[in-house]
Design a protein around this ligand. Structure first.
Ligand code: TYM
Length: 327
């Protein structure tokens, strides 16, 4: 059995990119693997958060995890800050990393661009992410493309520590989907769909009403050619919509092109609205049942206990290898 680990930040607006890039992979992996799915609240505080909102968003993401099909009897679902070993190993891996490689991270560059000074956590964040993964001897990390560089760094850190101290960590692999790995903003298909974009129409959040989904898709930026053809470079708008269509329908891009030969964008978009609304409806219904149940909090407490038991074993090994603590 392989070990799987992934995490989502509880920062609100969980969108179609998060779902089609990462979350959709979570339930399918739990059939044959031992999975840990984490709500990474310590990552969220790399930028200022309202404490009340953060607490609320933690439960929102936990409920969404279960609503998309994670079974807490099979998988471990928990909150990062409930297992203190994340912060502890995070520190150790900050010490194993160097500033050059952290400054090179494209997400850090984007978030610090044009600013004289930013929070230190934005720089050291990838070492904490590496800790999340390495803490559980993870083999597979299902994520979207935007995390590729962070996974590479995690691998580098694992290999570096193993070379210096002897076998300490499992070297993990990222798992990226074809259609959903990089969902772009609906109003600007050259930027990735994000939680923080100002324009609400740039994204579809998982709990959006059908009317909002319809509006966002019908208004989505395309091009003037009018033919449903996949060409990410020259036709990024329609290509992004085709990726979403493919992810929801399971159809290949070639089949979608064939199906819409001779049809305009209007027909295609109308069908995509239906696919998206139908795809998200069961998640929304399931979410409403779970979000305010006592069961949810119990599940998270139990998940943290199970995660902690695995994490403590790793930390014992790591402290020993690094020479930390008493003899
Ligand atoms: P976060 O919270 O930004 O996003 C959660 C997941 O959604 C994916 N994603 C996307 N996929 C496709 N298209 C998009 N537009 C899009 N936007 C986001 C992300 O790749 C991610 O898989 N650093 C991580 C959280 C994290 C983590 C971890 C992940 C912390 N520790 C350990 C895996 C393993 C993040 O900020 O994801």
């Amino acid at each position: 059995m392989k070990r799987v680990f992934s995490g989502v930040q509880p920062t609100g607006n969980i969108h179609l990119g998060n779902y089609l890039g990462a979350l959709v992979q979570f339930p399918e992996l739990q059939q044959d693997n031992e999975c840990l799915y984490c709500i990474v609240d310590e990552h969220a505080i790399t930028v200022p958060q309202d404490p009340k909102e953060l607490k609320k968003h933690i439960l929102d993401v936990a409920a969404l995890y279960i609503a998309v099909g994670i079974d807490p009897k099979k998988s471990i679902v928990f909150v990062q800050s409930e297992v203190s070993a994340h912060a502890e190993l995070g520190w150790i891996l900050i010490c194993a990393s160097n500033t050059g490689e952290l400054f090179r991270m494209t997400q850090f560059k984007a978030k610090s661009h044009g600013k004289e000074s930013v929070g230190t956590g934005l720089l050291t964040y990838p070492a904490l992410m590496a800790a999340d993964i390495l803490l559980y001897d993870t083999d597979i990390v299902p994520v979207g493309n935007d995390q590729k560089q962070h996974i590479e760094l995690t691998r580098d850190l694992a290999i570096r520590v193993n070379n210096k101290y002897g076998k300490t960590f499992v070297v993990p692999d990222g798992r990226f989907l074809k259609a959903g790995a990089r969902i772009m903003a609906l109003d600007d298909p050259t930027a990735k769909m994000s939680k923080s974009a100002v324009n609400e129409m740039s994204r579809i959040s998982l709990l959006d009403e059908p009317s909002k989904i319809k509006k966002a898709i019908m208004r989505a930026t395309t091009d003037s050619e009018g033919s449903v053809r996949f060409d990410m470079e020259n036709k990024p708008g329609i290509s992004n919509l085709m990726n979403i269509y493919s992810a929801f329908s399971g159809k290949s891009l070639e089949d979608i092109e064939k199906d819409y030969e001779g049809h305009g964008y209007g027909d295609f978009k109308k069908d995509l609205v239906e696919l998206t609304v139908d795809g998200l409806a069961p998640i929304k219904a399931h979410y409403e049942e779970i979000r305010y149940s006592d069961e949810l909090v119990r599940t998270l407490h139990e998940g943290a206990e199970r995660a902690d038991a695995i994490a403590q074993k790793t930390m014992k090994r790591v402290r020993e290898k690094f020479g930390l603590g008493l003899e």
